[in-house]
Design a protein around this ligand. Structure first.
Ligand code: OXD
Ligand code: MN
Length: 596
């Protein structure tokens, strides 16, 4: 029996958006295959060479629709102060009135897909249900990979089931005789990605790409879920989940939050360089965490696939990702090779002699433009990942021993810092960020762009309440049951601009130290910024790192930290008059530790 609430809402949307037809997504492989085949026939997608990439297709978006649009993303809470200083806010009444005008007839000439989906394993007590109504077949195919969709979700829904209503339209209605463009979307000023946290509702209009349109991901699993998590005493975080098995066979799990371009997916799929260590992937982007009766924090990955940045992914940087995308993958905005395969910058040392670039034009290595868009993506089922943990879908979640925060920091920040306690760890999460590089058009090169908890664009409410919620979570169990919190930095450089740390598989050495600390096996050295490894106990066996680099990696330079403290003080202004007391106190104590 379908829920009346659901049927009524679909009917409302049909009357509003006026699609030509409505199709229920049942979640089967046959439907998925037929949908993709239809897109290929209509030339909306290109089938890749089945001998090289079986089950794979390539989409090219409109050049104006290639990434999340943060300037068009809104938290429409009833009160402006509940959205806080870091979110765009428009009142729900005004936003609904504006968007209703756009939605009026917006699906004319198109099919409305009804996609029931579960974030999290079906039926897990961690999981939440949503229904996306979309006029995009591309979104439907991606949602099929990224979430658990279809009848099995409907079966779980009763009249009382709360679900997130996710409405999506590409914003390009078709009149009779109109030709549908390759990638229909609306101009930037008509794009809206709106979360209504109090209504459990998301309205997205005008974009067909990624986090703007696959509403289960950033909009639901982070923005709406973070709001729910605050009210229900759990955490919805922008974190990978990694399972580590020591040479002795001890299994532990860590989560990690990193801003973009810090190798989060690489770490989630790490190939450990230390003999005997094994790593398995539980999640690469989002973690939902809650305390269970034993007092420990458990995590699930609410997603079912990876929507990863392809650029830079190679057999060298991430062999597990490369193996994952060998089949059954949707590629978007990558380049096409002459033999019907895909390519992107840094996938191979040498670029092919000829390609069709992401916009459909001929490309050779002498071309001025990049062959693939820097934000080109793969959408691949998590189950195809060779490193996926056999228990990655455990409805009970996995117990977390350590939480990592990191960023791209060429100076100042040591390779790893252990926080003194949970609150100090929250402070470290609040100051994480990456140095602005030449890759970003900005006058601020060399300055740090802070991105608290890597959640700045994803917190569905006031950032001060978010920090306070983390602090309150730390009070919900005995201190010894809490995961330990670490700050890591794989990206420190010497004065000549060379990376001091080899990174990638060698990061297992840092993880080994972290886990030895959670086991209280090894001593640390107390410094003003936190606890650092005792160099004598840090495992460098088989790693050719020179002693000077090694010293710098673990050094705390007080004049650099003075600058860092000034920069943190400056950053704390984002909280306005609602700077959480604990963050103020932590900064003061940091200063004091340098002077005592
Ligand atoms: C993502 C992001 O797409 O963080 O995962 O932007
Ligand atoms: Mn992400």
């Amino acid at each position: 029996m379908y829920s009346r609430k659901l049927l009524d809402w679909i009917h409302e949307v049909e009357l509003l958006c006026q699609p030509d037809q409505t199709v229920w997504w049942h979640g089967t492989q046959q439907e998925y295959d037929a949908l993709l085949e239809d897109l290929v026939i209509k030339k909306k997608a290109i089938r890749l060479n089945p001998k090289l990439r079986p089950g794979c297709v390539l989409f090219r978006t409109d050049p104006s629709d290639v990434a999340r649009v943060e300037q068009r993303t809104f938290i429409s809470s009833k009160r402006k102060e509940d959205a806080g200083p870091t979110n765009n806010w428009v009142s729900p009444e005004t936003m609904k009135a504006t968007m209703l005008e756009y939605y009026q007839g917006s699906m004319r000439g198109r099919t409305l897909y009804v996609i029931p989906f579960s974030m999290g394993p079906l039926g897990s007590s961690f999981s939440k249900i949503g229904v996306e109504l979309t006029d995009s077949a591309y979104v439907t195919a991606n949602m099929h990979i990224m979430t658990r969709t279809g009848d099995s979700v409907l079966d779980l829904m009763t009249e009382d089931t709360k679900f997130v209503k996710c409405l999506h339209s590409v914003g390009y209605p078709l009149s009779k005789g109109d030709i549908d463009p390759l990638w229909p979307c609306a101009p930037i000023e008509q794009k809206f990605i709106t979360q209504f946290p109090e209504d459990n509702m998301i309205w997205s209009y005008g974009s067909g790409y990624g986090g703007n349109a696959l509403l289960g991901k950033k909009c639901f699993a982070l923005r709406i879920a973070s709001y729910q998590a605050k009210n229900e005493k759990w955490l919805a975080e922008h974190m990978l989940i990694l399972k580590l098995i020591s040479p002795e066979g001890v299994i532990r799990y860590v989560t990690g939050a990193f801003p973009s371009a810090c190798g989060k997916t690489n770490l989630a799929m790490i190939h450990p360089s230390l003999p005997g260590w094994k790593a398995e992937t539980v999640g690469d982007d989002i973690a939902w965490l809650r305390f269970k009766d034993d007092g420990r924090l458990y995590a699930i990955n609410p997603e079912a696939g990876f929507f990863g940045v392809a650029s830079g992914t190679s057999w060298k940087s991430n062999p597990n990702a490369m193996a994952t995308i060998a089949k059954d993958t949707i590629f978007t905005n990558v380049a096409l090779t002459d033999d019907g395969d895909v390519w992107w910058e840094d996938m191979t040392d040498q670029a092919p002699a000829h390609l069709i670039d992401w916009q459909g034009n001929d490309w050779t290595p002498s071309s001025q433009k990049k062959a693939a868009h820097p934000n080109c993506r793969f959408t691949a089922p998590a189950k195809n990942c060779p490193s996926i943990a056999p228990n990655w879908e455990d409805p009970e979640g996995v117990p977390i021993s350590a939480i990592l925060f990191g960023g791209r920091r060429p100076s100042t920040i040591p390779l790893v810092i252990e926080s003194f306690d949970f609150n100090h760890g929250v402070f470290l999460g609040s100051i994480m960020g990456s140095e602005i590089t030449a890759a970003t058009i900005s006058d601020d090169i060399g300055k740090v762009r802070r991105d608290p908890f890597a959640m700045l664009p994803f917190i569905g409410y006031h950032i001060s309440d978010y920090i306070n919620h983390w602090l309150e979570m730390g009070q919900l169990t005995q201190p010894e049951k809490l995961p330990k919190i670490y700050f890591v930095n794989w990206f420190r450089k010497d004065e000549n601009g060379h990376y001091l740390w080899p990174g990638f598989g060698e990061n297992i050495r840092v993880l080994e130290w972290i886990l030895s600390r959670t086991d209280q096996d090894k001593n640390g050295i107390t410094t003003p910024v936190g606890i650092l490894p005792d160099p004598a106990q840090f495992n460098l066996k088989g790693c050719s790192i020179d002693p000077v680099a090694y010293k710098t990696l673990f050094s705390v330079d007080s004049s650099a930290w003075e600058e860092e403290i000034r920069s943190i003080e400056q950053h704390q202004k984002i909280y306005g008059d609602r700077l959480p007391e604990e963050l103020k106190k932590q900064l003061m104590e940091l200063k004091q530790r340098f002077h005592s």
